[in-house]
Write a protein that binds this ligand. Structure first.
Ligand code: GLU
Length: 417
């Protein structure tokens, strides 16, 4: 498999060419600023001691503190985290947040560990990161394989080893926490909600109704499941859903509230009554209006792109479409709403959480929803305008908006010293 970081760089370079980005900024943005790798020991329930490798890659902080999730997955490696960190810089810039980009992770399958082992692992990893993270330095959040409970442990560990002052603001060291310990209402569903806004915006752009749209979804984790629930409520017909255990199909549309509850209960979609199980590859070929990749990167390969017959792909996952697949899909006239725009809802509500931690005031859910919609809608408007101006794809337009902002800030700040 080729390098994900190189693939991410190719996307960035193509847009940089398009807007004739200052070559010095191009040089800076093509590599992360800091690459932190820690090896740390954790005691297993059996009494054995195991050594784990964790990463925190800080891509750029010209716009504000580094920001981005922590991933626990067996495929986590330096190359992947570097790519994911760069995408966070472009995402935060695109939606106008005062944040830079970062990403981290540990190479494990969290399912292989007990709750106690995970707690020790998260706390020790947090401790080992030391001053690498902080509410004004670098703010982690959930990603694939991590959740609110783990964010709570990070916050608690950080607060316990910090001095007694500023305990309230210290909670902003991490976002995606449980509401009870300083998380924001609406954070869990935010990424899925943002994906739905992006799809709705595309409907407006292309003159069609959201209601009645036929949709396939790859991935039924936090992002895919909330997107499905919200899209179903808006009248979308979800005909296929896949996770790592099964691919389900029902041409009449699935009972999403039931599937949502089933998946929460069973922690998988396999065995859900009310749909038939089909082959993994079938998912890509069902004729639908919208295909939503909400799993991992590199899922839409050139081979799969050939078989696809949708009109739009809304990238809920980070980096789901390979460079070659994208060329095939562009030639077929399939619109791709890129990850940095489509899945930005999560980090936007992370920002709201951080603001709430700083001010000590909790926002009501309708305030979160209204502000999220405004920010995501505005970013989608900007991308569509830029697309018309440059006569390019949504992805290139999104990068162009993002790079213009970064370049503008570099122009004003200059490069130290
Ligand atoms: N992991 C999410 C992402 O890729 C959220 C990051 C955050 O909230 O900081 O955008």
């Amino acid at each position: 498999m080729s390098s994900l970081h190189e693939a991410a760089n190719r996307q960035f370079q193509r847009a940089a060419d398009l807007i004739d980005l200052n070559p010095e900024y191009r040089k800076i943005l093509s590599e992360p600023e800091n690459e932190v790798i820690v090896n740390f020991p954790v005691r297993m329930d059996s009494g054995d001691l195991r050594l784990f490798r964790g990463y925190r890659i800080q891509h750029n902080n010209v716009l504000g503190p580094y920001k981005g999730g922590l991933r626990f997955h067996p495929d986590v490696d330096l190359d992947e985290v570097k790519a994911l960190a760069a995408w966070m810089t472009f995402k935060c810039s695109l939606v106008g947040l005062p944040y830079g980009g970062a990403k981290g992770g540990v190479t494990i399958n969290p399912m292989d560990f007990s709750e106690r082992e995970l707690e020790r692992l998260v706390r020790r990893f947090t401790h080992q990161l030391g001053d690498t993270i902080g509410p004004e330095i670098d703010i982690p959040a959930p990603d694939v394989g991590t959740n609110a409970q783990m964010m709570d442990w990070i916050m608690d560990t950080y607060a316990n080893v910090s001095g007694p002052g500023g305990r309230q603001q210290l909670r902003g060291v991490v976002t995606g926490k449980s509401v009870e310990v300083g998380g924001s209402l609406g954070r869990e569903a935010a990424t899925g909600q943002g994906v739905l806004y992006a799809l709705r915006h595309w409907c407006g752009e292309t003159g069609q109704r959201l209601s009645g749209l036929q949709v396939s979804i790859q991935g039924f984790g936090n992002v895919g499941s909330h997107f499905a629930r919200l899209a179903d409520r808006e009248g979308c017909v979800i005909v296929a859903v896949a996770d790592h255990t099964a691919t389900l199909h029902n041409p009449d549309g699935m009972d999403i509230p039931k599937l949502f509850d089933y998946a929460r209960e069973e922690r998988m979609i396999k065995g859900f009554p009310g749909a038939i199980e089909v082959n993994t590859e079938d998912l890509f070929a069902f004729p639908v209006d919208a295909f939503i990749p909400a799993a991992l990167e590199n899922q839409i390969t050139a081979e799969r792109a050939e078989t696809m017959s949708c009109r739009v792909i809304v990238e809920a996952a980070n980096g789901p479409t390979t460079f070659d697949a994208e060329e095939i899909l562009n030639a077929k006239g399939v619109d791709i709403i890129p990850d940095v725009l489509a899945n930005a809802g999560g980090v936007v509500v992370s920002y709201f959480e951080w603001l709430q931690n700083q001010s000590g005031r909790a926002w009501r859910i309708d305030d979160v929803d209204t502000r999220l919609r405004e920010i995501i809608w505005d970013a989608n408007d900007k991308v569509v305008n830029m697309k018309a101006e440059l006569n390019c794809t949504h992805r290139d337009a999104a990068y162009a908006v993002s790079l213009h902002r970064l370049a503008d800030v570099y122009d004003r700040r200059g490069i130290f010293p």
